[in-house]
Design a protein. Structure first.
Length: 116
């Protein structure tokens, strides 16, 4: 499975963006898919994930502002980001995880810049 993230860009604080992560193969087999981000000078950190069953989990910083979803028919993962803040500025990466055998696929990042 190859993952291709897109949808990043420059937005003003308070604005919204929707990130997409298109998979070259079926995402149905992936146990979970998620978004991570890496701000300049910082380590990559968890943002949100969604399991095959639709269970979602968010970082505290994303709760109530971001929504993760997946469309298995389109083999695409989404991250709807609302009420963006300058501290959300980062390169956003999508991933897909298998449990058996354990493996994680990563997409290339898409940059998000939030201006104040």
């Amino acid at each position: 499975v190859q993952l291709q993230a897109s949808g990043g860009g420059l937005v003003q604080a308070g604005g919204s963006l929707r990130l997409s992560c298109a998979a070259s193969g079926s995402i149905f087999s992936l146990n979970s898919m998620g978004w991570y981000r890496q701000a300049p000078g910082k380590q990559r950190s968890f943002v949100a994930l969604i399991t095959t069953d639709g269970v979602t989990k968010y970082a505290d910083s994303a709760n109530d502002r971001f929504t993760i979803s997946r469309d298995n028919a389109k083999n695409t993962l989404y991250l709807q980001m609302n009420s963006l803040k300058p501290e959300d500025t980062a390169v956003y990466y999508c991933n897909g995880a298998l449990l058996k055998p354990p493996y994680v696929y990563w997409g290339q990042g898409t940059p998000v810049t939030v201006s104040s």
